[in-house]
Design a protein around this ligand. Structure first.
Ligand SMILES: NC(=O)c1ccc[n+]([C@@H]2O[C@H](COP(=O)([O-])OP(=O)(O)OC[C@H]3O[C@@H](n4cnc5c(N)ncnc54)[C@H](OP(=O)(O)O)[C@@H]3O)[C@@H](O)[C@H]2O)c1
Length: 222
């Protein structure tokens, strides 16, 4: 199990929510931002929201996105779809071989009446892998609902993982499993990220049509 993990764009909904859980398992959870001040404020907010877990403070490290990439071998990208590839382009020179970048980004957009998959030639994860050919890119976490995770509640959910190598999956699975009761499921090569990213549109639409609050995925086996 690695001792450090970094969140690029860790000040947002899913970044802070993952940080709450990672802080229970990793020695250091780096919360990255374009603004170090915003990162510091996010850490203070997380601590303020859970006074009964004072020790969490020792594990949360506010930093710039640049410093996070330089500090951590294992990274999660948690920025909006519209900003994902530009963010990676801006940071590209700072990555080094053997780093793992897990994209939680869902390439979806809102049409006039519903959410749909963005349907670009490449999924976000594949585009990122193209920009960063020397590092390992994976896709995961898209279907976890940030508000429930942030509240600290345990969530019985599955997380599909797409990546190209067995070793990469082993690393991602360890990180996903660090969140109690969240189960990683290997969904296929990075090419399958397109399907994983698109699932978010299905979840959001069914949430709206069937009044489901914070839906997530759990695969049943009979
Ligand atoms: N919300 C969920 O439940 C959820 C669950 C799973 C996956 N996801 C995926 O995770 C990603 C983040 O979702 P979110 O809801 O956490 O988003 P968010 O709160 O809107 O944004 C996350 C962070 O991204 C950074 N950011 C915003 N605009 C940016 C820009 N133009 N350039 C660079 N950085 C920018 C901001 O950090 P700074 O201002 O501090 O730099 C912001 O705090 C999305 O791609 C989403 O599909 C979301």
């Amino acid at each position: 199990m690695p001792t450090k993990i970094g969140l690029i764009g860790g000040t947002g909904d899913i970044g802070s929510a993952l940080a709450v859980h990672f802080a229970k398992k990793f020695d250091a959870v780096f919360i990255g931002s374009r603004s170090e001040e915003k990162a510091r404020n996010t850490v203070e907010e997380i601590i303020r929201d859970r006074p009964e877990e004072a020790e969490i403070r020792n594990h949360l490290k506010p930093e710039s996105n640049e410093a996070v990439v330089q500090a951590c071998e294992n990274l999660v990208l948690t920025v909006p779809y519209s900003a994902a590839t530009d963010t990676v382009k801006d940071l590209a020179g700072l990555f080094s071989e053997n780093q793992l970048l897990i994209s939680a980004v869902a390439a979806i957009k809102k049409s006039s009446k519903e959410f749909v998959a963005a349907n670009e030639a490449l999924s976000v994860s594949e585009s990122i892998q193209k920009l960063l050919p020397r590092i390992k890119v994976a896709s995961a976490f898209q279907t976890l609902p940030a508000p429930i995770l942030y509240s600290g509640r345990e969530i019985d959910a599955d997380v599909f993982v797409a990546c190209d190598e067995r070793d990469t999956y082993t690393r991602v699975a360890e990180i996903v499993s660090s969140i109690r009761r969240v189960r990683p499921l290997y969904a296929g090569s990075l090419e399958l990220s397109r399907e994983i990213e698109g699932l978010t549109a299905l979840l959001l639409n069914s949430a709206q049509s069937s009044r489901l609050k914070n839906p997530t995925l759990k695969i049943l086996s009979f």
